[in-house]
Design a protein around this ligand. Sequence first.
Ligand SMILES: Cc1cc2nc3c(=O)[nH]c(=O)nc-3n(C[C@H](O)[C@H](O)[C@H](O)COP(=O)(O)OP(=O)(O)OC[C@H]3O[C@@H](n4cnc5c(N)ncnc54)[C@H](O)[C@@H]3O)c2cc1C
Length: 419
Amino acid sequence: MSRNYSALALLRGALGGNRNWDQAWRSPEPRAHYDAVIVGGGGHGLATAYHLAKTHGMTNVAVLEKGWIGGGNTGRNTTIVRSDYYYPQSAAFFNHSVSLYEKLSRELNFNIMFSQRGMLTVAHSRGEVDFQRRLVNGMALNGIDMEMVTPDQARKLCPIMNFGPEARYPILGGMLQRRAGTVRHDAVVWGYARAADRVGVDIIQNCGVTGIDRDPASGAVTGVQTTRGAIGCGKLGVAVAGHSTMLADMAGFRLPLRSYALQAFVSEPLKPVLDVVASSALLGVYVSQSDKGGLVIGGNADAYASYAQRGNIPTAEAVSAALVEFIPSFSRVKMLRQWAGIVDYAHDSSPVLGLSPVPGLYLNCGWGGGGFKAIPAGGETFAHTIATGTPHPLITAFSLDRFRDLALVDEAAAAGIEH
Ligand SMILES: Cc1cc2nc3c(=O)[nH]c(=O)nc-3n(C[C@H](O)[C@H](O)[C@H](O)COP(=O)(O)OP(=O)(O)OC[C@H]3O[C@@H](n4cnc5c(N)ncnc54)[C@H](O)[C@@H]3O)c2cc1C
């Protein structure tokens, strides 16, 4: 059976009763030593391993995942991909990521279902319109496809929003990114896993890292302790999202990050009612409709630091109330599922990407502001950083040193959620 996915392969598979498909990736036993180990089998870890092998020729690489790949935030997020960031450093990075997403299905030979349906963020006051105009002008100068929309244009894009005369938060227009949209999150995980496996990466699930070994003389990383025994490594990439500070503890340094639960909600399936991603920063809610018909809803993070992946009731209530205010007809929709992921935030809502104080240990974290959209660029630039030992030019602004140098990249507005 052809290892490539294609229409012809589908047809052949169907004719053969779908019994002859190749295993998508292996489940190897861990080796005693790897040139590079990546901790965390989310999108960032898998994309990094893929690029280490494919782009930099490092094939003795393992991804260690304590649960199952995609069981963290990459499989728990609301799947919005956009690049409406204000500062030039973020604009360059996130716009590159959206461009990579546009080609990713072909690159990975896996349909990631990128639906560029556009994202509309509404404004409810004159002050918010002015603020959005400033953002849009700044982003346009940085090459991002952002535009302002009038109330009439907003109504055409999403007529079910609350335009009634009694609306407590009237819609006075908004900003729109047409290239933004949604991507099937599991497909990103599975696509990178399959592609990484094919170029020789060992993906080892049910393998939690419990300790980090360092050379007593140089302090450099020499390996990791895991629930499946000790594994030596030349280089160590850490891409564990909300658990980053725990890994830093194991290596003996602190990170300026805090971990919070961020919730998502999915409704019963509906007929098509919503063909953009609609968002209100003031109300603290955003919503899109999935291909299966469910409304996919997100809002602000829980108000206190936590590792509990279920999220709390007050936030669920606040997001539901905001949704009903925003799109009143959804008040009759039943919720099917709710969950949370643990996201890690820096003070400036930008990621931490690059070198760490420990030689041989590299950091990919701080994605609380939304790191699903960043996976293709994160993997590419993090792999470059690990392979060469030098931060990729697109990520130098996101170094850990920025907190020491007070060179913050304050993207709290682009993060879209409060924490
Ligand atoms: C509800 C919600 C909605 C979101 N919505 C969006 C959105 O719409 N758009 C967007 O761009 N971003 C969004 N995000 C953020 C996005 O999901 C994350 O930033 C992104 O998925 C991070 O990817 P990752 O690979 O770094 O982390 P993860 O996918 O979390 O992967 C990290 C992995 O590390 C593993 N791990 C942790 N500790 C260890 C250990 N000791 N040993 C081994 N493995 C370990 C975990 O099990 C996990 O699988 C959202 C997040 C949440 C929770």
